[in-house]
Design a protein around this ligand. Structure first.
Ligand code: AMP
Length: 271
């Protein structure tokens, strides 16, 4: 595994290859990231992982500063993946140097879910993905369905502009079914147990909504119940069509999306 620390080495190293699989991350590497990397290794001749905590996608400075990324630890984990070729760890200037301000906008119809609660977040995400894709020129980008709205917006954006496929990969969960997330590293053992209970209750909604007529009305009531029972603040609990993200009361072809604050930590999930 070769570590690439700037754009010059990146371009030089990748120049001979046209079958590159790319896994963008913000570090805090866990088994969710590793599953994306393994997917890429299976489908591409070369695989590159990036670690870049993109300040432009944080709408909250405190959240940015406390983001749990530790390069040293991450590299130890990544080195164990025998067939991983490259790790790209750019500096801010590598990504944003001699580049005009971005004018990327999210369509109004998509200012829902996380876009509604994290102003400017996806504009920052699309901007950095645009820049990373220009630099790396991957054939495939592998992203998690855990961040479904992110995957949806990036797929729409990137596949229109580049000869690159954006491939959604399944959510990896721990043995208690909690979706893995770098933000879980911010939790104590006891807090992790609490969050696992919330996650279990959330996933149990799946059976409950199967035969419900008005799913979203049911979810609104569940939202209030969950907030009260677990003493959490839920931003959204909504059933939406997976093709266009509009509100849906059908079980088929939809997903239930959840975002909540446990103490100060924002967690998301979907099924
Ligand atoms: P992040 O480092 O949180 O920006 O995530 C980098 C990539 O890993 C994104 O495509 C995420 O959707 C994906 N990812 C994060 N958590 C998981 C998970 N539990 N299972 C699968 N993919 C994940």
């Amino acid at each position: 595994m070769k570590i690439l620390l700037n754009n010059q080495t990146l371009s030089k190293t990748l120049a001979p290859f046209n079958d590159i699989g790319f896994v963008p991350t913000m570090g805090g590497i866990h088994k969710g990231h590793i599953s994306l990397i393994n997917r890429s290794i299976k489908s591409n001749k070369k695989t590159i992982v990036s670690i870049f905590v993109n300040p432009k996608q944080f709408n909250n400075l405190k959240d940015f500063k406390s983001y749990p990324s530790c390069i040293k630890k991450d590299l130890i984990i990544l080195k164990r993946i025998k067939k991983l070729d490259y790790v790209y760890i750019p500096k801010f200037k590598d990504i944003y140097q001699n580049n005009k301000k971005s004018n990327i906008k999210i369509e109004k119809k998509y200012k829902i879910l996380c876009a509604k609660f994290r102003k400017g977040h996806f504009e920052g995400v699309l901007d950095v993905m645009n820049r990373l894709t220009k630099l790396i020129k991957p054939k495939n980008i592998f992203m998690g369905k855990k961040d479904f709205q992110q995957l949806f917006l990036i797929k729409n954006f990137i596949e229109k502009r580049f000869h690159t496929n954006v491939i959604g990969c399944k959510t990896i969960r721990n043995r208690n079914k909690l979706a893995l997330s770098s933000r879980n590293f911010l939790l104590t053992k006891k807090e992790l147990k609490d969050v696992e209970k919330i996650s279990k209750t959330f996933l149990n909604l799946k059976n409950k909504i199967k035969n419900t007529n008005n799913i979203n009305r049911f979810l609104q009531k569940s939202k209030r119940d969950l907030e009260k029972f677990f003493n959490i603040k839920i931003e959204y609990l909504e059933n939406r069509n997976i093709k266009n993200l509009t509100i849906s009361n059908k079980y088929k072809g939809s997903k239930v999306f959840l975002s909540y604050y446990y103490k100060n930590i924002r967690l998301i999930d979907n099924f």
